[in-house]
Design a protein around this ligand. Structure first.
Ligand SMILES: [Cu+2]
Length: 139
């Protein structure tokens, strides 16, 4: 193989790689899950504001690091939406969707969903006397 034909072969290989990679990266971005974590510690949701994105596959992770029960009560965020809950929480449902999830001490709950509409959604812990609330901001 001469030096010039080797150069042409390498050039062709570079074109093939360039042609394949951008489309693979693009589709991976669309299907990738956005993972957001809220930690519950000393009767506070941390952070107090969490940003989510409309139409984005999302995994919302709630970690209870306290030695007492807390709940995640989303006040309508999941109304009419499909979602999947895993972990060791105890979900309770109402006609409008997810009412709350009870999260045991050192418990973990994962909620998979796609935020349907932009807005600011408050969620609370509705255990008596806890007075805990925070925001999910869907952009
Ligand atoms: Cu609580």
């Amino acid at each position: 193989m001469s030096a010039s034909s080797k150069t042409i072969a390498l050039y062709g290989l570079a074109l093939a790689i360039a042609g394949v990679c951008p489309s693979e990266v693009g589709s991976a971005e669309q299907s990738e899950e956005e993972i957001v974590t809220v930690v519950i510690r000393e009767r506070q949701f941390q952070p107090g504001e969490t940003v989510l994105h409309t139409g984005q596959k999302t995994k919302l992770v709630l970690k209870n690091q306290d030695s007492e029960l807390h709940t995640f009560a989303p006040l309508g965020l999941f109304a009419g939406e499909s979602f999947n809950i895993s972990g060791n929480g105890a979900p309770e449902f109402a006609a409008e969707g997810l009412k709350r999830v009870i999260i045991p001490p050192d418990g973990l709950v994962e909620i998979r969903f796609k935020p349907a509409a932009p807005g600011a959604y408050r969620y609370i812990c509705d255990m008596p006397g806890h007075h805990m609330s925070a925001m999910l901001l869907v952009e």
